[in-house]
Design a protein around this ligand. Structure first.
Ligand code: FMN
Length: 644
C-alpha cells in the first residue's frame, strides 16, 4: 500500500451527501446502457454479476443503466420498470449492489429520439418528439407529443419512481440528457414548439419540471432524486451554458437533490461518450457554473481521470464525479485509487469499443459483461505454452494463461511488443492508447513471463522447444492495392505513414475511407499536407461505422481541415503523378505525388498450418484468424485463456 498515493486522492474518499443519502466517497458509477437485460426488460444474472463487480470495486453509488418508464417506448434489451411485474428483479438488483457495500440509484428514462439509434423500430413503436421538424422525413415513424401525452408520461415517471422507492433503492435519477424525450424538450435544437412547452427556457423545462414535482408528490420530499441534463449538446443551435444554469435552478426548486451534468446528443454529436480526441474534463466548466448557482450538489461526468477528479472535488468545482467507461475498463478502480495501487489500474482508452453496435466489448477488459468467469480458476495441470506474436492478442493471452498457472513464454518478431497496436498509438490524439501496452508489459514482468524479442519463430524452433500448446497470434499485414500502377509512382502504406516510418511528398491521395484512411488523412492534413481522400463506398465502410461517435469526430475533423472527399469512387489506375478513378460515370484524374493506401489488413497465418499435427495443441487467435478490432483481439485471448 503506497501511503503517498493514498493521500493524493483524499478528497475523493471523503463522504458526501445527496439529499439524505450519505455516500462513502465522491465516486459514482455513471449510468451506462448495455444489453444485459432480457428481451422484455427484466434483470438477468449476467446483469447482477456486472453490477456486483462494480459495487465490490469500491464506488460509492451505482446509477443503473437507463430504465424505461413507458410500456410502448423502450430500448430493446435495456431495463424496464413500467409495471410492478419488474419489481422482484429490481429488488434483487438493489440487494446485489447493497451486499457489496455500494448504494444504488435507478435511472428513469423515456427514450424519445434515442430510438433513432436502433437500426429498425419494432412495429408498435414511434419516435416521440416535441415537434416534427422538416428533417424528420427518414424511414422512422415520428409522433409529435401532445399535451395529453405529456400528462401520461409525467404519470409514468411518477409511478416508476414509486416502484424504485418500494424496491428499496437509495435514490433515483431522471434521465434528461443525450437526446432522450425529456432532453429533447430542454433543447432549443429539437424543441421548436410554440405552446407552453416550447420557446423560452421556462417553457422548455416545464415537462421535466412537472415530472420532478410529480415524482416528489409520489415519493415524498426525502427520497433522493437527481436530474441529469446536458451541459453542452455539441450541435449548432443547441443549449447554451447560461440556459443550462437556468434549467438547473428551476429543477432544484422543483425538488431535485442534485444536478448531474453530461453532454451530447447521442444520435447527432460526439460528446455523449467523448472519444479519445476530445479534451479531458470537457463538462467541468459548465458544471462549475451550475454549482455556483445552486445549493444542492453537482455531479460531473466526461473523461475525468483520477488526478483531475481529485483536483476538481478539492477545488469545489463539483461535488461528485460520475465515472463511466473507466469503470467498464476496471471495476476495481476506486479501490485501487483508495489503496494507492495506481500501477494496477487498467486505464480506459476512450476507444469506444464499448459502444459498438455489432460487437460491444472493452479493449482493456475482455471480461466486461462476463464477470461471472472471474477470478480465473488456477489450472490443475500446468502446460508449457508458447505464445507466438506480441501484439495485443498475444500479450493478453500470455498474461491470462500465466495467471492461471501455465508456464508461458512469449515470442515476438519485432524488436518491440505491441504489433498493430503500435500503429494505433501513433495516430493523431491516440497517444493515450500506449497505456494498455504498458499495462500488459507490467503484467508480463510481474508474472515473470520470458519474452523473446526480434525472434521469428519457425517450425524447427517449435519442434526443439516441444511445447504442449502453441498459441499463434501472428496478426495481420496491410493489404496491397490491386490496380494497374506506374513503376515510378510513390505508393505507401498508411501504417508506415502513421508511424512516421515514411514521409509523404507533395500532394497526397489517401485511398480507403474506413477509420484508418480517415485517421491518416486527418494526420496528414494536420501536418499541413495537401490531402485528398478517395473511398470506394461511403466513409466508415460499406455498411457504415458500427461505432458512430469516434467516426463522427473524425468526419468532423476531415471537414474542418477541408480534406476533399471522393466517396463511392473506384480507383482505376495510379500513374506517376495522379490517381485515376471513376465517380458515377465520370473519370477523374486527381494529382498525387504520394498515394497512401489504407484498405484493410490480411491475416498472417502460415505458422498455424505448418504446426497442425506436429504440436499437441495449436490455437490461432486475434487478427491471424480474422482481422477485427482490438476488443475482439483481447476477447479472443481471454476466451482461450479461460478454456485452456
Ligand atoms: C456504453 C455506454 C452506455 C451509456 N449509457 C448511458 C445511459 O444509459 N444513461 C446515461 O445517462 N448515460 C449513458 N452513457 C453516458 C455515461 O453515463 C457517461 O456520461 C459517459 O460515458 C462519459 O463519462 P466517461 O468519460 O467517464 O465514460 C453511456 C455511456 C457509455 C459508454
Amino acid at each position: 500500500m503506497d501511503k503517498t498515493n493514498i493521500r493524493r486522492f483524499s478528497a475523493l474518499f471523503q463522504p458526501g451527501n445527496i439529499g439524505r443519502l450519505c455516500l462513502k466517497n465522491r465516486l459514482i458509477m455513471a449510468p451506462m446502457g448495455n444489453s444485459l437485460a432480457d428481451g422484455d426488460g427484466y434483470v438477468t444474472t449476467a446483469m447482477l454479476d456486472y453490477y456486483r463487480a462494480r459495487a465490490r470495486g469500491g464506488v460509492g453509488l451505482i446509477i443503473t443503466q437507463l430504465t424505461s418508464v413507458s410500456s410502448n417506448d423502450m430500448m430493446p434489451y435495456s431495463l424496464a420498470i413500467y409495471d410492478d411485474k419488474f419489481m422482484p428483479g429490481m429488488r434483487r438488483l438493489v440487494e446485489a449492489i447493497h451486499e457489496q457495500g455500494a448504494k444504488v440509484s435507478i435511472q428513469l428514462m423515456h427514450p424519445g429520439m434515442l430510438l433513432l439509434l436502433l437500426p429498425s423500430l419494432p412495429q408498435s413503436m414511434t419516435v416521440k418528439v416535441p415537434i416534427i421538424t422538416p428533417w424528420m422525413v427518414a424511414k422512422k415513424p415520428y409522433h409529435e407529443v401532445s399535451q395529453k401525452d405529456i400528462e401520461r408520461y409525467v404519470w409514468d415517471f411518477a409511478e416508476a419512481a414509486r416502484r424504485v422507492m418500494e424496491v428499496d433503492a437509495d435514490a433515483l435519477e431522471l434521465h434528461a440528457c443525450h437526446g432522450c424525450l425529456l432532453s429533447t424538450f430542454l433543447s432549443p435544437a429539437t424543441n421548436r414548439r410554440t405552446d407552453q412547452y416550447g420557446g423560452s427556457v421556462e417553457n422548455r423545462v416545464r415537462f421535466p419540471q412537472k415530472t420532478v414535482m410529480s415524482i416528489r408528490q409520489k415519493v415524498g420530499r426525502d427520497f433522493p432524486l437527481t436530474v441529469r441534463i446536458n451541459g453542452n449538446e455539441d450541435v449548432e443551435g443547441g443549449i447554451t451554458a447560461d440556459e443550462v444554469v437556468q434549467q438547473a435552478v428551476i429543477l432544484e426548486s422543483a425538488g431535485a437533490d442534485a444536478i448531474s451534468i453530461s453532454s451530447g446528443l447521442e444520435y447527432w454529436s460526439t460528446l455523449m461518450a467523448p472519444p479519445y480526441s476530445a479534451p479531458e474534463g470537457l463538462n467541468i466548466s459548465v458544471a462549475e457554473q451550475v454549482k455556483k448557482a445552486l445549493k444542492i450538489p453537482v455531479i460531473t461526468a466526461g473523461k475525468i481521470g483520477p488526478e483531475l477528479a481529485e483536483q476538481i472535488v478539492r477545488d469545489s468545482k463539483t461535488d461528485f464525479i460520475a465515472l463511466g467507461r473507466p469503470l467498464l475498463a476496471d471495476a476495481e478502480l476506486p479501490n485501487k485509487l483508495r489503496y494507492g495501487r495506481l500501477e494496477d489500474i487498467r486505464q480506459c482508452l476512450y476507444c469506444n469499443n464499448c459502444l459498438r453496435s455489432i460487437w460491444r466489448s472493452c479493449t482493456v477488459n475482455p471480461f466486461l459483461y462476463k464477470e461471472a468467469v472471474l477470478p480465473l480458476t488456477p489450472v490443475r495441470s500446468p502446460k508449457r505454452i508458447m505464445v507466438v506474436g506480441g501484439g495485443l492478442a498475444g500479450m493478453q493471452a500470455a498474461v491470462l494463461l500465466a495467471e492461471r498457472g501455465h508456464h508461458v513464454s512469449l515470442h515476438e518478431r519485432d524488436t518491440e511488443l505491441g504489433g498493430q497496436w503500435l500503429v494505433a498509438c501513433a495516430a493523431s490524439g491516440k497517444q493515450g492508447f500506449a497505456a494498455f501496452i504498458n499495462h500488459l508489459r507490467r503484467s508480463l514482468d510481474r508474472l515473470d513471463i520470458p519474452v523473446a524479442l526480434a525472434t521469428e519463430v519457425t517450425l524447427e524452433q517449435v519442434l526443439v522447444m516441444k511445447p504442449d500448446v502453441v498459441v499463434v497470434a501472428t496478426g495481420a499485414i496491410p493489404q496491397g492495392l490491386d490496380v494497374l500502377r506506374s513503376m515510378r509512382c510513390n505508393v505507401v502504406q498508411a501504417n508506415d505513414v502513421i508511424q512516421s516510418k515514411i514521409e509523404t511528398n507533395g500532394r497526397v491521395v489517401v485511398i480507403g475511407g474506413r477509420m484508418l484512411g480517415m485517421e491518416v488523412a486527418v494526420l496528414l492534413a494536420q501536418q499541413g499536407k495537401e490531402v485528398t481522400l478517395i473511398s470506394r463506398s461511403r466513409l466508415g465502410g460499406r455498411k457504415g461505422p458500427d461505432e458512430k461517435i469516434t467516426y463522427r469526430a473524425l468526419m468532423r475533423q476531415l471537414v474542418e481541415l477541408r480534406v476533399p472527399l471522393y466517396l463511392n469512387t473506384t480507383v482505376l489506375e495510379i500513374t506517376e503523378d495522379s490517381v485515376i478513378s471513376r465517380l458515377e460515370d465520370e473519370v477523374l484524374s486527381l494529382p498525387a505525388d504520394t498515394v497512401v493506401v489504407a484498405i484493410g489488413i490480411k491475416p498472417v497465418d502460415t505458422l498455424v498450418e505448418e504446426l497442425q499435427g506436429l504440436v499437441p495443441e495449436v490455437y490461432p487467435i486475434g487478427d491471424c484468424v480474422q482481422p477485427g478490432n482490438a476488443a475482439q483481439a483481447t476477447f479472443g485471448a481471454a476466451r482461450l485463456a479461460t478454456d485452456t
